[in-house]
Design a protein around this ligand. Structure first.
Ligand SMILES: C[S@@+](CC[C@H](N)C(=O)[O-])C[C@H]1O[C@@H](n2cnc3c(N)ncnc32)[C@H](O)[C@@H]1O
Length: 564
């Protein structure tokens, strides 16, 4: 099958040689980033959780500060339409030829020029690129749901070859769902493919379900430990055994007499009513069941879960951890091209893998950075690079021109604030961003931001002051490209101070983009943990018992990235 060689041609031929280095967060369209930056056969594991063609706009709802403060941010529009752009994407896939082109043409015959075809035309070149970057020992997991999983499986068959399909994993993502006209839809699908038969595979285990435990672990010892009855006789075992008499019973046993004595001394042997010895196999010593393709033991994220950040499509760390442990080894490179709030990146970091995360919104990239700092400490910022974000004032101007909403998200992210406003255009009654901080026990205070990409006029300071009074905020910050005039600075200086236990902080503060890029932050009560704008990810503590298994390798230093 033409497209199954390790270097599918056509779709990526026109790009310059790629450089892949250490842990990296890329801001940008993953198709472009993959083509420009990620080398052939340099990645061990891909997990992708693309936004889905469900005809819905995903909004981020940060509601932890109450309804009034809730900000809706359009993180991404989860809709594809059949339009000139998707028609061009379709054409590009078809022109590249091979199995993927054949599959895509067949889709058009089957489903016509529909929104689903637009979605598949978007996915096709990305899957081709992901296949290209996988090592021969690599694996890919595509997370989707039943609406498109059947089409995506055909597409993956075309990209990888049907023989490289390994599993369709069903993840029960919610406990119950009421669908008026059919069965409640409670599962997601993960399609698991390998680059070749040499793919990395480590056996992973899942907890037994309660029915299994009830049925098989029927006994309890004097200390309350559950166990199942294990065979000590070697009857029926092909390898033979040891024939001797034990407590009046002569049999071929599985273990030599010395081991039997030891087990007896440890209290691990019990006797049936007929006096027949059996082995106690303790539940708390069992690794569990080798993982099956139906996952009911990975809990969906609930509002009270510490790892929940408020990102609507956030997946559980345990889900990412399972497939990372199964399909990669320590030091391997894990790539998530739709990384959202960074679940895969976080799990990869915890498990001592190297990682590459890509997302098309500054909001996501900002969230991932905060998440990593919260979990692993600020030192982690020295261990990865961020590519695609503006690093100079000129870059920032380009971004502001191309996409004012992304520019705002980026500028606010520089000081740990987030975008306010319910849509791309609007803003929230003169407020472009907010930052919440704690002062004293449980009081939440806020800083209100106004971001101006264009010409500055003195009225902006007055307006901000008015908004601050109206909203009951403590501090107002005006961010601009232009230097504020002397008059504006004087007006800001006359606005007074916010008094906190840590000192006096100017009530109106003016910051240019240059100052923010140079690291000049906002003057506010800045004690550790004061900023509570984003829900904080729990810090990794290798000693915490509930996370021990997952994070025990977190302390390992990631090796310097060298994909050759
Ligand atoms: C379903 S979410 C992923 C959630 C993620 N698994 C997590 O646990 O947070 C999909 C993400 O893909 C991003 N995205 C959509 N189109 C993209 C593209 N072309 N390139 C890169 N990222 C994209 C969206 O911004 C969104 O954050």
């Amino acid at each position: 099958m033409g497209q199954h060689n390790r270097r599918p041609g056509g779709l990526s031929g026109c790009y310059a040689p790629r450089v892949t280095e250490g842990n990296v967060l890329y801001y940008g369209d993953n198709l472009d980033v993959l083509r420009r930056h990620v080398k052939d056969e340099s990645v061990d594991l891909v997990y992708l959780d693309p936004p889905f063609n469900s005809n819905a706009n995903y909004n981020l709802l940060f509601s932890e500060h109450g309804e009034k403060a809730a900000a809706q941010i359009e993180a991404f529009t989860d809709t594809w339409e059949w339009n000139t752009e998707s028609a061009a994407a379709f054409q590009e896939v078809v022109e590249a030829g091979g199995e993927v082109a054949k599959a895509t043409l067949a889709f058009r015959t089957l489903i016509g020029t529909s929104d689903m075809l637009a979605y598949l035309a978007m996915m096709a070149p990305r899957l081709v690129e992901l296949h290209r970057v996988l090592k021969t020992t690599g694996s890919l997991y595509l997370h989707c749901d039943a609406t498109a999983s059947h089409y995506l499986k055909l597409l993956l068959d075309a990209v990888f070859g049907p023989q490289q399909f390994r599993s369709e994993i069903i993840w029960k993502r919610t406990s119950g769902h009421s669908d008026a006209r059919g069965y409640g839809s409670v599962h997601d699908v993960l399609l698991y493919y390998v680059a070749s038969d040499a793919a990395t595979w480590n056996r992973v285990f899942q907890a037994y379900d309660s029915g299994y435990v009830e049925q098989y672990y029927r006994y309890t010892d004097e200390n309350g430990r559950r166990f199942m009855s294990g065979d000590l006789s070697a009857a029926g075992l092909s390898g033979g055994g040891y024939e001797y008499e034990w407590r009046g019973v002569t049999r071929v046993w599985r273990v030599p007499p010395a081991t039997m004595e030891k087990l007896e001394a440890e209290g691990r042997v019990f006797y049936t009513r007929n006096g027949f010895p059996r082995l106690k196999r303790y539940l708390d010593e069992s690794k569990g069941l080798p993982a099956q393709d139906v996952w009911t033991d990975v809990e969906p994220l609930r509002s009270w879960h510490a790892e929940r950040l408020g990102y609507p499509t956030q997946k559980p760390l345990a889900l990412a951890a399972r497939l990372i442990e199964a399909s990669s080894n320590a030091g391997d490179v894990v790539l998530d091209p739709f990384c959202g709030c960074g679940t895969t990146v976080d799990a990869a970091q915890a498990l001592g893998r190297r990682w590459i995360g890509i997302d098309i919104t500054h909001l996501s990239i900002g969230l991932v950075k905060h998440r990593l700092a919260d979990r692993y400490g600020l030192e982690i910022t020295r261990t990865y690079r961020t590519v695609g974000e503006p690093t100079t004032v000129d870059d920032a101007r380009v971004l502001a021109k191309e996409d004012p909403f992304q520019f705002q998200a980026w500028a606010l992210g520089l000081v740990g604030a987030r975008v306010a406003g319910s849509d791309k255009k609007g803003g929230d009654k003169g407020i472009d961003g907010r930052l919440y901080f704690h002062e004293g026990a449980a009081e939440t205070r806020q800083i209100i931001f106004s971001v101006k990409a264009g010409h500055l006029v003195p009225a902006f300071v007055r307006d901000l002051s008015g908004v601050l009074t109206r909203e009951g905020g403590e501090i107002g910050v005006l961010i601009s490209f232009e230097e504020p005039s002397a008059g504006m600075r004087a007006e800001a200086a006359d606005s007074g101070f916010h008094e906190s236990p840590w000192g006096r902080h100017p009530r109106i503060q003016l910051r240019t983009i240059r100052q923010l890029l140079d690291g000049k932050g906002i003057d506010y009560p800045h004690v550790t943990g004061a900023n509570v704008t984003h829900r904080r990810a729990a810090r990794v503590r290798p000693d915490a018992p509930e996370t021990l298994e997952m994070f025990e390798r977190a302390a390992e230093e990631p090796e310097a990235y060298d994909s050759d």
